[in-house]
Design a protein around this ligand. Sequence first.
Ligand code: AMP
Ligand code: MN
Ligand code: MN
Ligand code: MN
Length: 280
Amino acid sequence: MLIDLHTHSCFSDGTLTPAQLVAEAAARAVRVLALTDHDSTAGHTQAREACASTGIHFIPGVEATAGWRGQEIHVVGLGVDAAHPVLVAHLGQVVALRRERMARLCERLQRTPALAASLAPLVPALLAQPVPTRTHLARALVQAGAARDPQAAFRRHLAAGARGHVATAWPDLATTIAAVHAAGGHAVLAHAHRYRLSAGALRNLCSEFAALGGDAMEVSLPGLSPGDATRLCELARQNGLAGSAGSDFHVPGQRWRPLGRFAKLPDHVEPLLPRLMAAA
Ligand code: AMP
Ligand code: MN
Ligand code: MN
Ligand code: MN
């Protein structure tokens, strides 16, 4: 059965509406779909309705931005009650931090003389995004002629050490996991191989995530190298974390990141899915 437990819509930095995302999932025979927008649950109602009319089992989710030892870490909450006041307050605080960060990023980038004039007209729309993300900024930099494509914008302008980089004091892992749990959700450590941590730091992250009550980690993602897949599965097993699988879908047409197609979890990793279905 095809599932996808990590996807984005236009309610954060995806390009599809929830209904378009669900149509894409249906066309690919996905049977269980979680919508996990960055720090937002605003797309749930539309996604739930579209899933109901296409026979897909909908899992309400969110990808919460957190901080750990100065690193930005993403925690996917699955099966969350979007109306729970603790989660609502938590995400409200993160989006406020995002808006402040976007203002500072734009201000810093506009100090580059070549960018000042071309970026200025795009700033109000960036700040007005319901969830302002660096993806939006990367697309604006392309529109402003500062980069060929969003990837190049990330490399040239938004990477650590570049002008368009500001550190942000995101909520810590304990607070983030607690907010997901308060809303009845399962806390999943997202794409741990992407944080550019040393092997030792990655081990510490996973064990701390588990010690704080985290439930699972993503171990099956498109494009995961065999070595990373083995490492993530081993970390899940060692820390008693269940395994989750999601594409991190943002944009249609990326053949290397299709919805719902992953490697099967190895036998020694407990899949998270049955727990999500039992709760439904
Ligand atoms: P933010 O959460 O605002 O810091 O933005 C992070 C988002 O930017 C991620 O969820 C990705 O969708 C996107 N992203 C991060 N790094 C890159 C990159 N190198 N190229 C393209 N997109 C990226
Ligand atoms: Mn994103
Ligand atoms: Mn992420
Ligand atoms: Mn994501």
